[in-house]
Write a protein that binds this ligand. Structure first.
Ligand SMILES: C=C(O[C@H]1C=CC=C(C(=O)O)[C@@H]1O)C(=O)O
Length: 436
């Protein structure tokens, strides 16, 4: 719940060209500790400190978050001389995938540095030390991997079972998105900025995010709102590099694959059908395009709309998120039945993986992605969750849990699905290992 009930002051000032913070990459301004980030191609927001925070869970998590943010927004005295989306107070948000279990978090930083259209600014909330020194970034040392809650072979088994269920037991189920996790232990304490810097360097077209210990670089935008304009980038359908195939051949293969096209169509339709209810205009391309990343290629549909101003006010971003989440990019089709099956087949808590992640401001603007290709910090204080299982327990290293998943349809091949999640785990593994 809110950590304060007093009035708060927020001051936003432009950072001038003569200020050393003007030209440094945003992520390099993070001082250390628990970073907050939403950065793509050098623009976005970074933050630190905590002026207010909400932890919530359950089916009402979106409504709780909206009520909390509305109430808190009313308590700010804002002095904003820049006036762009993301200026003034901002809450970084990371919501759980499922109603049960899973904890959601909203964090309002004390300091936010943002950049949009070449304009850089700083927002301070209260009287924090905005000139705080940036501590050197520490590499995590050696990285060792072990099974998470759903090992590779467990994942293969879950995929086989999902295919059986869809073919034989419940033909109404057309798609189930399953995920696999992997535990990484580091010999040194984890400096979250190390991961963020490496992810942003190799995946500049993705959104490099960090909220309350969930870090990653996602290529998927669930919903962006700027005034009455909304935008989404739906992804589903994947190929990955193979010997003897160049990127153009892989892209052609992806576009021609009936299996990937059907996986994609479910996801694009699930987003568009729900979002249409909030919009007076919605543009949904009939054909997907191909999004090329260095580890995978995806089918992508970019959706754009204009919000309907019903009853004097367009819908809030958090209400829209409650309606569109989970799309069939991370849930399945039909949604409710698929989500029930996910819990049965995975038998693990996804936490905030595949949940909405990003930021919202007090003007109703925000950018929210889907938390994919990510790592959940499990022991930020250096302690182990399960001492008996922790190699080198007590040595003060770090532990993260990595996640990646894929859409399963009745003609999915379990071996290919295992290869797909391995390809999707590469960015976060390489970031941990220091590959740039
Ligand atoms: C569920 C994930 O990816 C989604 C997004 C893009 C492509 C996907 C696919 O081809 O299965 C998934 O729908 C993940 O990366 O964990």
């Amino acid at each position: 719940m809110a950590t304060t009930s007093r009035r708060l002051t927020a001051r936003t000032r432009r950072i001038g060209r003569d200020d050393p913070r003007h030209d440094r990459p945003l992520l390099e301004l993070l001082p250390g500790g628990a970073p907050l980030s939403w950065v793509r191609a050098g623009e976005g927001l970074v933050g630190w400190g905590c002026a207010a925070r909400l932890s919530t869970s359950g089916a009402a998590r979106f409504a709780d978050a909206e009520a909390w943010w509305d109430e808190l927004s009313g308590r700010f005295d804002v002095d904003d001389e820049v006036g762009l989306p993301g200026c003034g107070p901002v809450a970084f948000a990371s919501l759980a995938f499922a109603a049960d279990p899973g904890e959601s978090a909203l964090v309002v930083p004390e300091v936010i540095i943002g950049e949009r259209d070449g304009i850089r600014w700083i927002t301070t909330i209260g009287e924090p030390d905005a000139e705080i020194e940036v501590a050197p970034v520490h590499p995590p040392g050696t990285v060792s991997y072990s099974d998470g809650r759903l090992s590779s072979s467990g994942y293969r088994h879950a995929v086989t079972e999902a295919v059986r269920v869809m073919r034989a037991e419940d033909p109404e189920l057309a798609k189930i998105v399953l995920a696999h996790d992997l535990v990484a232990d580091t010999s040194e304490p984890l400096d979250e900025r190390f991961l963020l810097h490496n992810l942003a360097a190799r995946y500049p077209s993705c959104w490099t995010f960090a909220v309350d210990g969930l870090l990653g670089a996602t290529p998927e935008l669930l919903l962006e709102r700027q005034g009455c304009a909304v935008r989404s980038r739906v992804l589903a359908g994947t190929v990955w590099p193979r010997e003897g195939r160049d990127d153009d051949e892989l892209a052609a293969e992806l576009l021609a694959s009936a299996k990937n096209r059907s996986e994609h169509a479910y996801a694009a339709r699930s987003l568009a059908e729900t979002l249409r209810g909030f919009c007076s205009e919605l543009d949904v391309p009939e054909e997907p395009r191909v999004l090329r990343l260095r580890n995978v290629l995806h089918l992508a549909t970019d959706v754009e709309g204009k919000l309907a101003d019903s009853a004097g006010g367009a819908a809030g971003l958090l209400s829209m998120l409650a309606a569109v989440h989970p799309t069939a990019a991370v849930g399945g089709t039909p949604t409710r039945a698929a989500v029930r099956r996910i819990a049965q087949l995975e038998g693990m808590d996804r936490g905030r993986y595949a949940g909405p992640v990003g930021w919202i401001d007090t003007g109703g603007n925000g950018e929210i992605g889907i938390a994919l290709r990510c790592a959940q910090v499990e022991d930020a204080d250096g302690g182990w969750e399960d001492d008996s299982a922790a190699p080198g327990s007590g040595r003060g290293g770090g532990r993260v849990r990595l996640f990646a998943g894929g859409g399963i349809v009745p003609d999915s091949d379990p071996d290919l699905e295992v290869a797909e999640v391995e390809a999707k785990l590469l960015p976060i593994r390489e970031a941990l290992e220091g590959v740039r």
